[in-house]
Design a binder for this molecule. Structure first.
Ligand SMILES: C[S@@+](CC[C@H](N)C(=O)[O-])C[C@H]1O[C@@H](n2cnc3c(N)ncnc32)[C@H](O)[C@@H]1O
Length: 229
């Protein structure tokens, strides 16, 4: 991970673009990143674990990458679900510019890279994939999740990757306790990361009804993510 201030709106350092070679949606891609953003030299190890452990995205509708950085998650969603509209949201304007640039490189016209406040109010999401910014601190992280997770469409899932030693288990308990209509389970654990599946119950379904289709058990070693950053 690069620098401590990857989540500032306008990174201070001069913009110095670089080309990186990564694999996204099963193919090698030459993309552009820059300093002043999260993990500019490679796909972060946690993001790799997430991408290796999520099911295929829904075939259409609005999909959200919360905290998109230079775009590995949003671009994967857009490549794998070409009829969807992918919302790539970040507070870091440089990251958003890079997502636009990378979407253009890949010939994708279904990616909207924008600041959180620019997503239309009332828009619901058929899935949310995120490597959330744990380092912003608990209060801000919780406020962010309280804002976005309830915007999952009913009967839909969000997939979050969180490092175990950065508090994945306490975050799981917090989501379960703080957010009505949502249930959370551990979908997988790999390389020190947990992938949490957050399920939004059907409208009117009683809480605690156990509607998450996934198992609560972690499946150590299930992922095939490549080397950590
Ligand atoms: C752990 S990084 C993940 C970046 C990218 N998804 C990846 O996998 O490489 C988290 C991202 O969340 C962004 N972020 C921080 N606060 C945010 C907020 N309130 N709303 C949206 N994104 C935020 C950061 O700027 C950062 O790019």
């Amino acid at each position: 991970m690069d620098g401590e201030h990857y989540f500032t709106a306008q990174p201070a350092g001069e913009l110095s673009l670089r080309e990186i070679s990564v694999e996204l949606a099963g193919s090698p891609r030459l993309l552009t990143t820059a300093s002043g953003i999260f993990s500019p030299d490679r796909i972060d190890a946690g993001t790799q674990v997430l991408l290796a452990n999520v099911p295929a995205p829904p075939p259409g509708g609005n999909l959200l990458d919360l905290g998109c950085g230079w775009g590995p998650i949003a671009l994967t969603l857009a490549l794998e679900s070409p009829r969807s509209t992918v919302w790539a949201v970040d507070v870091n304007e440089r990251a958003l510019d890079l997502v636009r640039r990378n979407a253009h490189i890949l010939g994708l016209d279904n990616v909207n890279a924008c600041r959180p406040e620019d997503v239309p109010e009332g828009l619901g999401f058929r899935t949310i994939w995120s490597n959330p910014p744990i380092r912003v601190g608990k209060n801000e992280l919780h406020a962010m999740l309280e804002h976005w997770l309830p915007r999952l469409d009913p009967q839909s899932d969000a997939w979050l990757v969180v490092q175990k030693n950065l508090g994945s288990d306490s975050l799981q308990r917090w989501i379960e306790g703080a957010l009505d209509e949502l249930s959370v389970s551990r979908a997988s654990t790999n390389k020190g990361y947990r992938v949490l599946r957050v399920h939004r119950r059907a409208r009117g379904a009683a809480s605690g009804a156990g509607t998450a289709a996934g198992s609560d058990a972690s499946s150590e070693g299930q992922a095939s993510a490549s080397s950590p950053s």
